[in-house]
Design a protein around this ligand. Structure first.
Ligand SMILES: Cc1ncc(COP(=O)(O)O)c(C=O)c1O
Length: 421
């Protein structure tokens, strides 16, 4: 125990210039207890908690500025439209997109990928053409392509990972062929934490004229994202994992693609003209935002991205890296724990199994100690199958987590071991 405390001191939480206690105070939910114990929230890869700035922005959107957007000429319609379009500008800056017209608001990352698979994919990918994915994709970046495959007769090709969870660029290159028409790849695995060298991936794919979609659902919150520098064709992320609200996601698409892509859904606000006999479609991004968009969610998302920028992505990443290293060290010291994912470039996600125990039992017992982790397939069944697993536990870290919380996880796991022994 004394050793544990020394370790906690060594990896202190005030490092990287972050005042974690102050950051925690920004998140009202973190002060609650569960089962009479302080909450230790380590399920951030599933969804992150929200700072007061986000809650206030959503409250203001409804209490002060609420109206539908783009449709009215009155004061509130303009105020609401300005706020919505302001969030689009914030998202464009967050990704370093060339223009806010390259930013489409969707309901989540999943919808962004479906949009690309159906609209862009239907134009480009036909029978016998190949779509290259990695084995560590989330189902959200698998099933839309399966859907396409079922309809078009295209073929899915899979880039493997090593036992350690490394993505090897030579394996990626080997998966490409003259029939490859699309690469859809995660920025960071939601199970292994493996970070994919996306700039290199895009360079290699583009040399062969292959477009690349990056699933940034995990990457956008933990890693720097510069879509112009990366050169990717599409980048998606989801509001609720970047400390923003659920119900909104972002799809970045290069203007040259968006202009040529057919609509994904039809409805209000995405048209140019409609008559009894004809319809013409609006310009991007509106062509892809049929119906009333997520108005208050956009205000919340803008506030969340500002919140991240105010703290600084580098400082957040440095803090999360320390938490990851500490968690790997402490969990790795438990003989009965098997860790999945030891890639050299790895984000703040640690998946593990306790030998002889089912992940659901482990997570349920941890929960009674106030420790929230995820257990299951993490919507990555092909990856779990690669490791011969049907479920694992996953601890995933955010800017507000502390080394004390890692200690709480380890201590609770030691209790689980004795309980199940
Ligand atoms: C890597 C990855 N991709 C996609 C998603 C899907 O996000 P959403 O359900 O918000 O669309 C997730 C969510 O867990 C994820 O981790």
């Amino acid at each position: 125990m004394a050793a544990d405390r020394r370790l906690a001191g060594r990896t202190g939480d005030a490092s990287a210039g972050l005042d974690v206690a102050k950051i925690r105070a920004d998140f009202p939910l973190l002060s609650r207890e569960v089962y009479g114990k302080p909450l230790v929230y380590l399920d951030n890869a599933a969804s992150a908690q929200k700072p007061r700035a986000v809650l206030d922005a959503i409250q203001r959107a409804y209490a002060e500025n609420y109206s539908n957007v783009h449709r009215g000429l009155h004061f509130l319609a303009n105020a609401s439209t300005d706020a919505y379009e302001g969030a689009r500008k914030t998202a464009a800056r967050f990704l370093n997109a060339a223009s806010e017209s390259e930013i489409i608001f969707t309901k989540n990352a999943t919808e962004g990928i479906n949009l690309v698979a159906q609209s862009f994919g239907s134009q480009r990918i036909g029978e016998g053409d190949e779509i290259v994915l990695t084995i560590m994709e989330h189902h959200s970046n698998i099933v839309p392509w399966h859907y396409h495959r079922e309809r078009s007769g295209a073929v899915l090709k899979w880039v493997p990972v090593t036992e350690e969870g490394e993505f090897r660029i030579e394996n990626f290159e080997a998966a490409l062929s003259p029939r490859t028409k699309m690469v859809a790849i995660t920025h960071m695995s939601n199970v292994l934490g493996t970070v994919v060298p996306v700039k290199e991936v895009v360079r290699i794919a583009h040399e062969r004229g292959i477009p690349v979609l990056i699933d940034g659902s995990q990457g956008a919150v933990h890693l720097p994202v510069e879509v112009q520098d990366t050169g990717c064709d599409f980048y998606v992320f989801t509001g609720h994992k970047v400390y923003g609200p659920s119900g909104i996601g972002v799809l970045y698409g290069k203007r040259e693609h968006l202009e040529k892509m057919p609509p994904y859904q039809g409805g209000g606000e995405m048209i140019d003209t409609v008559s009894e006999d004809d319809v013409t479609y609006g310009a991007p991004p509106y062509r892809f935002e049929a119906g009333t968009p997520p108005i208050a969610q956009a205000a919340g998302l803008g506030a969340a991205l500002d919140y991240i920028n105010d703290i600084g992505k580098d400082a957040i990443a440095a803090h999360e890296t320390r938490l990851r290293d500490y968690a790997m060290e402490r969990l790795g010291a438990l003989n009965s724990v098997e860790i999945f994912g030891r890639a050299s470039n790895k984000g703040a996600i640690v998946s593990f199994a306790l030998k002889g125990a089912h992940a659901h039992d482990v997570a349920t017992i941890l929960d009674r100690s106030g420790v929230a982790v995820r257990a299951g397939t993490h919507c990555a069944e092909p990856l779990l199958a690669r490791y011969g697993q049907t479920s694992t536990c996953r601890a995933s870290f955010a800017v507000y987590n502390t080394t004390d919380e890692v200690d709480a996880l380890v201590e609770a796991l030691i209790k689980v071991q004795s309980f199940l022994a």
